[in-house]
Design a protein around this ligand. Structure first.
Ligand code: DAH
Length: 343
């Protein structure tokens, strides 16, 4: 009996120390311990040699050992190390491959890229500026001195540590940065993110995207402005697009105009997006104010220019019929994965 117990202990240790390794060794294990001539069977055969008063105790120990050996076998079988599929020569090459989901570009990126591409064909290059701006580039240089009422058109986030710093409220700040470095001719567009202290809703967000445009050279006229922007919307929305210019006011342009296009959502029949007018405003524009040119030492008698600024979300809304601004920043893949195929 002593000897048998000792042997069972050794078998247990042997089993515990086995590291599963493939289907063949699993089968060898089964035959050795659990087979019809295996160790477990043999031990049960020893039962007849055990004295009667010890039979019950020995039987229990033996059953426990049997269970231990069987559990090991089952675990091993379940694990990939024992499964037949993991062995190299048993891989089923006829199974279909795993489909890896492909990412898609964000609609804002798509539209920004398209804007950059269209203006690129007209000779505009991309300029960038910082999102944390100073008062000068965002306001003062753009003919918006302190206490100018037009500053209230845009609710500004200021940086606590330094009241001269703010999150840019428009990409017009990049105009100022370009004008202080470059001499005419200048032909740039400036796509980027802007920030305003607005309550988030379907129609407003505290951050969104704009593209600024600036063209300064000799003999640039309002006709150039109109033709450039007309070309742009035709490329973006199709040849059938109609435009109208309305007089407006911006401190950095004179004269100023806002441009509308006929509503791409309802085709003019009237809807929420065009507020039942059939027209949607897509950008502000105008001839660069002479005072702005002079701010940067550019001779306003020799040079003229036009500028414009448009919201990318708005263009995106009209192109892809997106009716809630919050969708752009919620990262919902059901929304994002619809924008496939485009670059
Ligand atoms: N900065 C203006 C805005 O955020 C848009 C704008 C209007 C930009 C007229 C311009 C412009 O360059 O000429 O509402």
């Amino acid at each position: 009996m002593e000897q048998l117990l000792q042997q069972i202990e050794e078998y247990k240790q042997e089993i515990a120390s086995i590291i599963p390794n493939g289907a063949d060794s699993l089968e060898a294990y089964r035959i050795k311990f659990l087979g019809t001539k295996g160790i477990v069977k043999n031990l049960f055969g020893e039962m007849k040699n055990v004295p009667n008063d010890k039979k019950k105790e020995f039987g229990q120990i033996l059953n426990e050992f049997k269970q231990f050996a069987e559990t090991k076998y089952e675990e091993w079988k379940q694990s990939s190390a024992g499964s037949t599929q993991s062995t190299e020569n048993k891989v089923d090459l006829t199974l279909p491959g795993d489909v890896l989901p492909l990412g898609t570009r964000h609609p804002i990126s798509l539209v920004r890229n398209e804007i950059v591409h269209i203006f690129g064909r007209l000779g505009f290059s991309v300029a960038e500026g910082p999102e944390i701006e100073d008062d000068w580039h965002n306001f003062t240089a753009l003919n918006l001195p302190e206490n100018h009422p037009a500053r209230d058109m845009q609710d500004t986030f200021y940086i606590n540590q330094n009241p001269d710093w703010l999150l840019r409220t428009h990409t017009s700040s990049v105009q100022a940065r370009v004008l202080e470095k470059q001499k005419p001719p200048i032909r740039i567009i400036c796509p980027g993110r802007v920030y305003r202290n607005e309550t988030i809703s379907a129609r407003a967000h505290c951050f969104f995207h704009q593209t600024e445009g600036l063209y300064v050279d000799e003999n640039v006229s309002f006709a150039d402005l109109k033709q450039t922007l007309y070309f742009f919307v035709q490329e973006m929305f199709g040849k059938d697009v109609r435009v109208r210019f309305r007089p407006s006011y911006f401190p950095f342009t004179e004269p100023s105009a806002e441009m509308d296009i006929n509503c791409r959502i309802c085709g003019g029949a009237g809807c929420n997006v065009c507020k039942h007018t059939g027209w949607v405003e897509i950008l502000g524009s105008g001839m660069v104010h002479p005072k702005m040119l002079e701010n940067f030492g550019i001779d306003s008698n020799k040079y003229t220019g036009f500028a414009f600024g448009m919201g990318i979300e708005r263009i995106c809304q009209l192109k892809y019929r997106i009716n809630d601004l919050r969708l752009y920043s919620q990262n919902d893949v059901r929304f994002l994965k619809q924008f496939t195929g485009a670059v």
